[in-house]
Design a protein. Structure first.
Length: 164
């Protein structure tokens, strides 16, 4: 069951922190233009202040910014599908859980590694503690649902949410 809406924007090249995109997305999602703001916790996770029960997550690269708005905790990430990784086996060992490493095998392709990396980033945004928590929970955990987003050509994108 889809409990979220995704909004896309061209990424700001001036280093903007995407708060304007978050506010625009929440305004459209709620059909409400005021009475809330965006606050970020110590890990940089955005929170909507002034409206209970609305959650957001943001992902961006050099050209695209995605904001997902939901009535449940959620995480989103994206990467260009042609991303090249110098040493995927070493990175997997550093950031992935054992079942994820086994799933990738001994010599993962760049696309397979990037696909798993995007899942892990989305999950870490759901958890709310970023990269340091990546080994805490597997993308294959029964209490997590990973949804691949196929709407953005040239990108691998996933949403992570807790199962109901």
């Amino acid at each position: 069951m889809k409990n979220y809406k995704i909004y896309s924007y061209p990424h700001k090249r001036d280093g903007g922190n995407s708060d304007a995109e978050i506010i625009a997305s929440v305004r459209e999602y709620l059909s409400r233009s005021s009475g809330f703001s965006v606050n970020r916790d110590k890990n940089g996770k955005p929170h909507i202040v002034g409206i209970d029960g609305i959650y957001v997550s943001v992902a961006h690269d050099k050209e695209l910014c995605l904001v997902v708005v939901s009535q449940r905790e959620i995480g989103i990430d994206l990467e260009r599908s042609e991303r090249r990784v110098k040493n995927p086996t070493a990175l997997a060992g550093r950031y992935f859980c054992e079942d994820e490493i086994a799933f990738l095998g001994d010599s993962p392709s760049d696309e397979a590694f990037t696909d798993m990396w995007v899942r892990k980033e989305a999950l870490s945004k759901l958890i709310g503690r970023g990269v340091p928590c990546m080994k805490e929970k597997s993308v294959f955990s029964e209490d997590v649902r990973m949804v691949k987003i196929d709407d953005y050509d040239g990108y691998i994108a996933y949403i992570a949410e807790y199962n109901e």
